[in-house]
Design a protein around this ligand. Structure first.
Ligand code: NAD
Length: 243
């Protein structure tokens, strides 16, 4: 396991699923971790259960709130080494059924929310000229998916936030990477029918769906010094799934 002793980390959407598993993985490696969630009580509860330093309320669609929270965390802990922009939503709709509201909520959360988080992280890390950022893309952002045009488009944008930010921030000592999970068993995918889960597992060479901890382990590697020459990459964590 990489050693993250002395590192200060922030994980958005850290109250459950991949975010919570990432908080646990970073804490296990010795980092001081602050997690955020939309609901303050749930964030505090998750933080205390996972051994995080704090659980704070944050809606990532609110650029000003993201900026001031990230600044406050960096001020309180004296620095910010790691940011995981994990918060995201997924709602399916066939092309003919896509409503404007779905486009707005998906793009404001997944694209603008990730962008706000990366911007604020970069500002906080720039001072020390070091840092590592990971954003949550998706296999469907790379390959597309029927019934998920809006979500897939949002995740393609997230991957390109990582690629572009990595180019801009490299000279400042800040690495930016994305992970692109396949189908991971969390609340986000709990609504999939048993048939759909079996179909996805069948198309996966490893023959099963993924676990949140398996994504968290890859994120922990990417934010650690073991990945010191890796930036601008989109790492698939999908058991080999071919869509
Ligand atoms: P999840 O629904 O279990 O957790 C998502 C988290 O994001 C929750 O804590 C939620 O409260 C938070 N969130 C949502 N909107 C927010 C907002 N506006 N402000 C702040 N927080 C907000 O989902 P998950 O499966 O753990 O997914 C985590 C990330 O991984 C998401 O970005 C998702 O798109 C991505 N992802 C998941 C899968 C999968 O199969 N589960 C696959 C590919 C990518």
């Amino acid at each position: 396991m990489p050693d993250l002793t002395g590192r200060v980390a922030l994980v958005t959407g850290g109250t459950r699923g991949i975010g919570l598993a990432t908080v646990r993985a970073l804490v296990e490696a010795g980092a001081t971790v602050v997690l955020t969630g939309r609901d303050e009580a749930r964030a505090k509860e998750a933080a205390s259960a996972a051994g995080a330093a704090a659980g704070l309320a944050l809606d990532v669609t609110d650029a000003k709130a993201v900026s001031s929270l990230v600044r406050a965390v960096a001020k309180e802990h004296g620095k910010l080494d790691v940011v995981v922009a994990n918060a995201g939503i997924m709602e399916d709709a066939l092309l003919g059924m896509i409503k404007e509201e779905l486009v707005d909520t998906t793009l404001s959360t997944n694209v603008a929310g990730t962008l706000h988080t990366v911007q604020a992280a970069a500002r906080a890390m720039m001072r020390k000229k070091t840092g590592a950022i990971v954003v949550l893309a998706s296999i469907v952002g790379e390959h597309g998916s029927a019934g998920q045009t809006v979500y897939a488009a949002s995740k393609a944008a997230v991957a390109n936030i990582a690629r572009s930010a990595a180019k801009e921030l490299g000279r400042s000592g800040i690495r930016v990477n994305a992970v692109a999970p396949g189908v991971i068993e969390t609340d986000l995918t709990a609504g999939l029918s048993e048939d759909a889960k079996a179909d996805n597992a069948g198309k996966t060479p490893l023959g099963r769906l993924g676990r949140p901890e398996e994504v968290a382990n890859a994120i922990r590697f990417l934010v650690s010094d073991e990945a010191s020459f890796i930036t601008g990459q989109v790492l698939g964590i999908d058991g080999g799934l071919v869509l």
